[in-house]
Design a protein around this ligand. Structure first.
Ligand SMILES: Cc1cc2nc3c(=O)[nH]c(=O)nc-3n(C[C@H](O)[C@H](O)[C@H](O)COP(=O)(O)O)c2cc1C
Length: 170
């Protein structure tokens, strides 16, 4: 699939059929995350794959948005290994983890796996529930799987503002 077609075909799946992602597809998704660029190549992301019932129960205590996915990837980052930008007001943690997550989101579609980006949770509660080390912050949860019958993109999926509203040529 052409890249732009892939980007447009990806949608937020909110109804999974409950099958875990096949190992070869999961490996490809994780590899795409590994290939993501990070500031100074710090690679401070931490990626947790949740597939056990115990783990999925934890996800359900963190967020109501699992939608029946049997594979959930948690993307976190090591707060103590980020690059602080000049001025000292921002650092690379959220950005780097976001790029990793985006790579995986698109790679999923490329290998035939649907997904949903989830941030409807309290990161502190999530880190505690998952037993993450003190220095790690949860950025997002990535639901992964195959759509249930009748699932598919919501209507608003194809609704995007025209470029003229969001792009300015200076
Ligand atoms: C940063 C981010 C956070 C999101 N958080 C949630 C969420 O917590 N729960 C949910 O159901 N969808 C969530 N979504 C999915 C969005 O609602 C969805 O991407 C948007 O409505 C556009 O639809 P589409 O992805 O099908 O194109 C999130 C998406 C992004 C990019």
């Amino acid at each position: 699939m052409e890249f732009l077609d892939l980007v447009k075909a990806r949608y937020s799946c909110k109804q999974f059929d409950g099958r875990p992602v096949a190992p070869a597809q999961l490996d490809a998704i994780l590899e795409a995350g590994r290939a993501a660029p990070t500031a100074k190549n710090l690679q401070e992301q931490r990626v947790y794959v949740v597939q056990s019932q115990e783990g999925l129960d934890k996800i359900d205590r963190i967020s109501p948005c699992r939608y029946g996915a049997a594979t959930v990837v948690v993307v976190a980052f090591d707060r103590e290994n980020v690059f602080t930008y000049p001025g000292g007001k921002r650092d690379s943690g959220v950005e780097d983890a976001t790029i990793v997550a985006t790579h995986m989101l698109l790679a999923a579609k490329a290998v035939g796996v649907d997904s949903c980006w989830i941030n409807f949770f309290d990161p502190e509660v999530a880190a505690k529930e998952l037993g993450l080390p003190e220095n790690e912050e949860v950025l997002m949860l990535l639901d992964l799987g195959y759509p249930a019958e009748g699932g598919g993109p919501l209507e608003k999926h194809s609704s995007r503002k025209p470029l003229a509203e969001t792009v300015v040529y200076l």
